[in-house]
Design a protein around this ligand. Structure first.
Ligand SMILES: [Zn+2]
Length: 183
């Protein structure tokens, strides 16, 4: 499963690396190496970074701050001050450099720079009054995503991740109902 790209914003994707937050949380980023892989998967971020223990902890703190703030935004309540402090302090650091070449855009920087960039994209989406943030409609998913669809009519974080699962479950339920009615 691909954990980058699903939420429509890199900071929200970072927050989405804890699955099923309410029921049985699964942490995709269990160790610094997982974070290195996640950054490498993310299009907008440098291909190769090294995560030490301290920077890994900062990444997890940023992740939880982004999730809390995004949830505050979804629920229409004031932002949590502690989480604001974390995202703002992280965004204040130096960000990766970008270079244009024939192969396109090249991004380079270390992990602290990546975290600053992630915090910055998180701030941009959280501050945007037109950005439509939603929590996934599949019970138990808890991923918060940016709905860019026309009329903001998306119900799930991603079709592969949740949409198809919801549809398959509905199909099975209908089939069961039909079998019961026949029998
Ligand atoms: Zn989902």
């Amino acid at each position: 499963m691909d954990f980058a790209y699903v939420s429509g914003n890199p900071a929200l994707d970072l927050a989405g690396t804890v699955l099923s937050r309410r029921d049985e949380p699964v942490d995709v980023l269990a160790a610094p190496a997982d974070l290195e892989r996640w950054v490498a998967q993310c299009d907008a971020l440098p291909d190769r970074v090294t995560a030490d223990a301290a920077t890994f902890e900062s990444a997890l703190a940023l992740r939880e701050a982004v999730h809390r703030l995004a949830l505050d935004r979804v629920l229409g309540r004031p932002f949590d001050p502690g989480s604001l402090g974390i995202i703002n302090a992280t965004a204040a650091g130096p960000v990766p450099t970008v270079e244009l070449g024939d192969a396109g855009l090249r991004t380079s920087g270390d992990l602290p720079a990546v975290l600053s960039q992630l915090a910055g994209t998180g701030i941009a989406v959280l501050a945007d009054p037109h950005a439509c943030l939603k929590e996934c409609g599949r019970g138990g998913c808890t991923r918060i995503y940016l709905d860019r669809s026309r009329g903001a009519r998306r119900s799930w974080c991603g079709m592969d991740e949740c949409g198809n699962r919801v549809k398959a479950a509905a199909y099975r339920a209908r089939k069961r109902a039909a079998t019961t009615a026949e029998g």
